[in-house]
Design a protein around this ligand. Structure first.
Ligand SMILES: [Zn+2]
Length: 504
């Protein structure tokens, strides 16, 4: 190792809304005679219970923004010092148009930075870590942000529909004050398209059980490479182990292969014995980090969230093994060593369990409505009921947005002129507080976004039930999707408010 590069701060975002896997399966397959058997298989075999669902105000960019804000807070670093932002996802809001640059702008990162959106199925988040880590090691940048964020969609009545969740995790990487150093990242990839999504298709396809075989081989393939690089290392030496979580079943399938007296998967006899783990290791080192039961498969965010889950509990000096997997197929076995800073830093932001506990269970109808909106081709305007209200600021921290008086487009962050070169409209600045108190609600909700609402001093409230929004309730500003400018136009993002998510 040259200089230690590692994680200075980490953060996650798991959306508020959840749907029980059982609710979806009963609706989709209720007529099957073996429905109870199927449900038992999903519950006890695949280990799927709940999926986190992004509501209409959220997308990959907004989830990533919140995760990055947490990571920056924990790192204690000025966002202007960040030199690179890489975002791994398979659910990009724009086919062409950088989600990473959106996130960078929303969190206050400057202009002389490298920005990249990376695709690599579920491995894209950890590939982002490798990309930024390499830039820091090479001396190209001092600090960078790596993100995994996804809200992947699935074909209806497909096993993927029962598992696809939503979430994001982000790491601020650098060389100082590390909560964990990255000791090594060992890759393994083969051309094995077990799962894919063709250009312009809205949902992926897969070869079903093929994935299990490809996944197991690729996960073990990366571990073998890590062991070849470190001749004295054994997998059982790690205090915490996590394998990519498309379900609970898949990582445990790898565990099952690794506890056999003679390991049959993998091809390198020189490292085979060092792959072995015990049944106790599975219980104490692998199972505690299976967040997939509460969130579903968060795709590119899955392994980054699992790492955050471990860092929320790990002790300084612990070794972590995290093997990420992306269909197609590609794995990275990442070895992390927990640093002393962990004790001081981890309490500074909301942890994975805080996000898991903050939950609202939705019914099938609400879930189906979100799904319909996500998988509709003609997205002319972004329609969803928005609560509108008046607020008063708490404290002095604020943000500004600009509204063009001619085209009525909202610019966040602010611009010095309208993006449309021909437009000669005045730019009206609106200042909004970071923290606020609700004064009163407007009697009517709005389905379609209108910038005049903001001009009239009103704001949009998300992640809330109308009947629970009493005057004086504390609100916090979040970046959310506001509108689509027609089916091929821009996605408009801007500030909304939600009930303050206070750590209990
Ligand atoms: Zn304009």
């Amino acid at each position: 190792m040259v200089d230690d590069v590692g994680i200075m701060g980490y953060g996650v975002c798991i959306p508020l809304e959840r749907v029980a896997t059982e609710t979806i399966v009963r609706k989709r397959e209720g007529r099957r005679k073996d429905i109870e058997e199927l449900l038992s298989k999903i519950r006890n075999g695949l280990l799927l219970q709940y999926k986190s669902i992004a509501n209409s105000s959220e997308d990959t960019t907004t989830l990533a923004t919140e995760a990055v804000q947490n990571a920056i807070t924990m790192s204690g670093i000025d966002p202007m010092k960040i030199g690179s932002v890489a975002l791994g996802t398979e659910s990009k809001p724009y086919a062409v148009g950088l989600a990473a640059r959106h996130v960078a702008s929303f969190v206050g990162v400057g202009e002389n930075v490298f920005v990249a959106d990376l695709e690599g199925a579920c491995n894209a988040g950890m590939q982002a870590v490798n990309y930024v880590m390499s830039q820091i090691k090479a001396g190209i940048v001092d600090y960078g942000i790596a993100i995994g964020s996804d809200l992947s969609q699935a074909p209806v009545k497909d096993a993927l529909e029962y598992s696809a969740g939503a979430g994001a995790a982000a790491f601020v990487l650098g060389k100082k004050n590390l909560v964990a150093s990255i000791r090594d990242m060992a890759p393994y990839s083969t051309l094995s398209l077990d799962f894919w999504r063709r250009d312009e298709m809205l949902v992926p396809k897969h070869h079903g059980r093929t994935t299990v075989e490809v996944y197991t081989n690729a996960v073990i393939g990366a571990m073998e490479e890590l062991l070849r690089r470190h001749p004295n290392m054994k997998i059982s030496d790690f205090e915490h182990i996590t394998f990519h979580q498309p379900s609970g079943y898949m990582p445990l399938k790898v565990c099952k292969a690794l506890v056999q007296p003679k390991i049959e998967v993998g091809c390198d006899p020189n490292v085979r014995d060092r792959l072995k783990i015990s049944k106790e290791d599975i219980e104490t080192k692998v199972k505690p980090w299976l967040t997939v039961l509460q969130t579903g498969n968060t795709y590119a965010a899955s392994t980054p969230i699992a790492i955050a889950t471990i860092l929320d509990k790990a002790k300084a000096g612990d070794d972590i093994l995290a093997v990420s997997y992306g269909s197609g197929a590609y794995t990275i076995a990442t070895w992390l060593k927990v640093g002393k800073e962990i004790n001081k830093k981890r309490k500074t932001v909301l942890g994975v369990q805080d996000y898991i506990r903050r939950r609202k269970e939705i019914d099938f109808k609400t879930y189906a409505g979100y799904l319909k909106e996500r998988t509709r081709r003609e997205k002319i305007r972004l329609e969803y009921p928005r609560i509108v209200g008046y607020i008063e600021p708490i404290g002095k921290k604020s943000i500004d947005v600009i509204i063009c008086s001619s085209c009525n487009r909202v610019y966040y962050p602010v611009r010095s002129r309208c993006l449309n070169f021909e437009c000669t409209g005045n730019l009206d600045k609106i200042t909004l507080p970071i923290k606020a108190r609700l004064k009163k609600l407007c009697p009517r909700q709005q389905k379609i976004f209108n910038s005049k609402t903001l001009k009239k001093g009103k704001v949009f409230i998300v992640d809330a039930d109308v009947d629970k929004l009493k005057p004086k309730i504390e609100l916090e500003c979040v970046t959310r999707r506001l509108d689509y400018e027609g089916s091929d136009g821009l996605i408009i993002y801007g500030p909304c408010y939600r009930p303050s998510f206070i750590k209990k």
